[in-house]
Design a protein around this ligand. Sequence first.
Ligand SMILES: Nc1ncnc2c1ncn2[C@@H]1O[C@H](COP(=O)(O)OP(=O)(O)OP(=O)(O)O)[C@@H](O)[C@H]1O
Length: 763
Amino acid sequence: MTSFDFVWNKQGSVNGKVLARKRKKPAESNEGGSKKLENILQKNKVHEKPNVDKFKKDVALPNPPISKKKVPFKNTRKLVNLEQNTPPENPLENDSKRLVKRKKKKDKLAAAELLRLGQKPTPVPNQDRIQHSLFSEKHRTKNISNISGASVVEQVFSSDRTFSYLDIHKYIVSNLEKNNFTTLTNVQEKAIPVILKGGNVLIRSQTGSGKTLAYTVPIVDALQSITPRLERNQGVQALIIVPTRELALQTHEIISKICTFQWVVIGHLCGGENRNTEKSRLRKGVHILVATPGRLLDHILHTSSFKVNNVRCLVLDEADRLLDMGFKKDIIKIVQELDQSKKNCEYDPLALLRGETPKEKSEEVDCDDLYCLRNPKSPKRQVVLLSATLTKGIAELAEFTMKEHTYIDALDESSNINPDHMVIPKTVRQEYMITFVKHRLFTLASVLVAKSKENCKILVFMATSQMVDYHYQLFSNYLAKMPINRGKVKSGDVLLLDEGGESDDEEEIVMDAQFFKLHGSMEQSKRKEEFSGFRKAKRGILLCTDVAARGIDVPQADYVIQYTGPQTDEDYLHRVGRTGRVDRTGTALIFLTHDEQEYVTHLQKHKVFLKERNSSEFSNHLCDLMEEVEEEKAASALQRRFEEAVSKDKELYKLACFAHSSWSRFYNSYPAKLRNIFNFQMVNLGHYVTSFAIKDTPSHVAKVVRGQVANVEPKRLNRKLAIHEDDQPRRPKQAPKRKINSISLRTSEYSSGLDFKKKKKKN
Ligand SMILES: Nc1ncnc2c1ncn2[C@@H]1O[C@H](COP(=O)(O)OP(=O)(O)OP(=O)(O)O)[C@@H](O)[C@H]1O
């Protein structure tokens, strides 16, 4: 008699003990059970099909906990012919057993060898054991409706007019042509003639439309035309204020390209640079000065040789940013200082004795027909404000800095722009991707891998400096490099490919793109090095904060990722605007969670329409990377790699904790306008901890950040305590409680780099 008995593993685990139960004879037929048996037999390719009808009579099928999921053969049930005590022939099973045997033999030999060398053998990890909980969250729905519409379109070039059409020096035209600037962009065509006439202007045009040349060309042309030629001791004639150091250097570079007149001197001042070098540069004399507000004000107030009484052109580039970053006070103070120094200079006691008032004197030298910048004696000061976004703040600034002005908009007069509408270059393809929180990290990694294979130059915007530091470290060390054996040990103990002979520690470089980082807390020299490295690189990935969102021009950047949502709509526009510059094509992708999907609808109100991108589109790259066939396994393997790295590497663990903590502070500080979309109350901090590859609970992470965990040193360790009081029980210092608002989080990005000295209180 051939009868089969059913034996299954209760936990569905290969490692667990096999529970054998002999079933009683069936009381009634068990049709469903027989079908299942047939299926199992077929699945497992048992060559000799047993007599199922007979079996039905003989054996009652149990109701084992059959999972609806597809699970590998060895995890479900095993058929054993108890009577003959020989398993049914299964080639797969035989193969795997053979491989296990071979692997065990190899391990034994290796262990013996290690023992001989006096080392401890390390256990081989059982990969199958770890079924990551990454995919437990499967019930979220997307509800984004009507995501197409007509966005506001601005033309970059509207005619064939060239720079030679303008009334400027022929050398400037030839310098421009040498740099491939021949045709005037729309904004240049509208703005340059007005600025050349000396008018105050407020300019709005979309990102990457050439606003920088719109004001630098007239300035250079005016200063080179002054006769007799400008002397260095005549001081600053044109002052250009920009919000970030990178933008200051970039603007300086552009002016140097078009201004080859030896007698016109260009300089820059920005936080983080050597103050004494700047001082001596100012003492020698500079005519066109590009500066960030903090450092500029510091020199105005403390460098006696720095004179600003001759400034006849003031440019505020990215004017709205200069206001909303807490620079408002600095800008107001700078403008007041310019006015004051002019007045001081005009103070002439002899003229007063003669009965002349300063006003009359001003009128005497004023010549309306001459551009004030061409006339060193002109009492007028021209003001130029520029931005891609107009905010209420700009209107205030315009009112404060100039009496009257011309408004120049690069959009056609016919297109009625509503102040709520955002104008984004039509060459930028805007996309969003909705991911589960736990999937964010490996999804970002898979997008980066996929895009770097396509030779893209990528910018990834993150919320905080700590996030940038952490992801930079993680990706450079654990994504760009992978263990050679990563895809070889699979399915439990079964070694599928074991001929390579490589050690488990050996790594190979799997990404062809280098990682760079940029944020406001970096040292200036490092900041310069990283940014210029990224600009020069043929392909690369720049992880950055919003410090790179304004004005930065990397023409080849063709992919922008917003890993964390922007805090304002203007930030969205400027981040996206780092790609698709001057009619080049580019793509901007924003990562959103299910709770944040409303942001897509929010953008529609501003006439911005995004297309959906599915994360599974990048999964084949993830599978390739991890040498896995299934997407989930590849994702789990990568997440596991990150988590293991974070838990083993103390420095990385600390970075991860600080990154998570800074992220949660950032997320908690969204302005009221967006707080219903990026809602901290809705956040599952535990899931976000996974998205930082941390295996601990959020409360433990918070303790690490506060320095309350014994074996993890706080990041900013007090060196004095560490050196002198090592033997005493050290009480970790708690950071003072601070009111957090979005400005305080972001202003550090734009600080002048100078230490703020507290005034001593008088007793
Ligand atoms: N007339 C032109 N022809 C071709 N390219 C140009 C021209 N003018 C400027 N460019 C190029 O266009 C790019 C963008 O210029 P620019 O940085 O001035 O833009 P922007 O409007 O100031 O952008 P943002 O608002 O982002 O600061 C630069 O790479 C610049 O070299």
